[in-house]
Design a binder for this molecule. Structure first.
Ligand SMILES: [Zn+2]
Length: 248
């Protein structure tokens, strides 16, 4: 996922790495393909759609009811698992810290990314230096919700992420069905900007876990590279998104 890798050339640390695969296979794949020498562990929390943030100081720790991890350990990668929810990575170069955040609708409305920025600030970070990357998640065209969720987001000051129409990415047609939709990527960018992260320091992807696909060259069937709970209810596949400090 080179388009999601933040390789700011003037950083002493190359902050953000991204790995993709199904749960169970991804660790080996990531470790072999992406993780650099020196990274000894990927630490992931036991995600339960909370807004809780924890700091990792040892690979042996466990993190129940936690959906965001921060670390300053140069040998540890932090990661989150998603299937439509929003994976967010942060890098605070001034304190040499990274974070990985799982933000579904609950975590987004509860502003877990804001909690994480506040944690980094409490460790000494200046938000003006923080870089962020948002990985593949369900897009604002595909994420149809109910009116109660719309009200929740509007009450949370996130009304600008509410949509009332969509876009059919297969046909290119507008969908003017009036159904309420949420753009979770936009919501998290609103929160990040509100906490002092510069828009130009936020990298995003246009990949939607629900609709994005390519075609098999052998039989021309659709192939979906990202796991999606809404497209495949009950799936146990997850996208693993990781952040680590890379010292050249
Ligand atoms: Zn979509």
């Amino acid at each position: 996922m080179d388009n999601l890798t933040n390789n700011s050339s003037n950083d002493m640390h190359l902050p953000l790495a991204l790995g993709i695969g199904a749960e169970g296979r991804v660790f080996a794949n990531v470790a072999g393909a992406i993780l650099p020498p020196g990274i000894t562990a990927i630490v992931t929390p036991r995600q339960t759609h909370t807004c809780n943030v924890a700091v990792v100081t040892s690979p042996d720790q466990s993190f129940p009811d936690t959906d965001s991890l921060v670390t300053r350990c140069p040998d540890i990668a932090v990661g989150v698992r998603t299937a439509d929810c929003v994976p967010i990575l942060l890098h605070a170069p001034d304190i040499k810290a990274v974070a990985a955040i799982h933000a579904g609708w609950k975590g987004t409305a509860g502003k877990i990314v804001g909690n994480t920025i506040e944690k980094l600030v409490s460790l000494g970070a200046d938000p003006g230096y923080i870089h962020a990357a948002i990985g593949p998640c369900v897009c604002g065209d595909c994420y149809i919700v109910n009116e109660e969720m719309i009200e929740l987001f509007e009450n949370a000051g996130l009304g600008d992420c509410v949509r009332r129409q969509g876009f059919n990415h297969d046909t290119g047609d507008r969908i003017e069905d009036g159904k309420p939709r949420l753009d979770l990527q936009e919501a998290n960018m609103i929160i990040m900007r509100g906490h002092g992260i510069r828009q130009e320091n936020i990298k995003t992807t246009s990949f939607c876990t629900m609709h994005y696909h390519d075609f098999s060259p052998s039989d021309n069937q659709k192939r979906y590279p990202f796991p999606s709970w809404r497209r495949t209810p009950g799936t146990t596949d997850r996208l693993l998104t990781i952040a680590c400090l890379l010292t050249p």
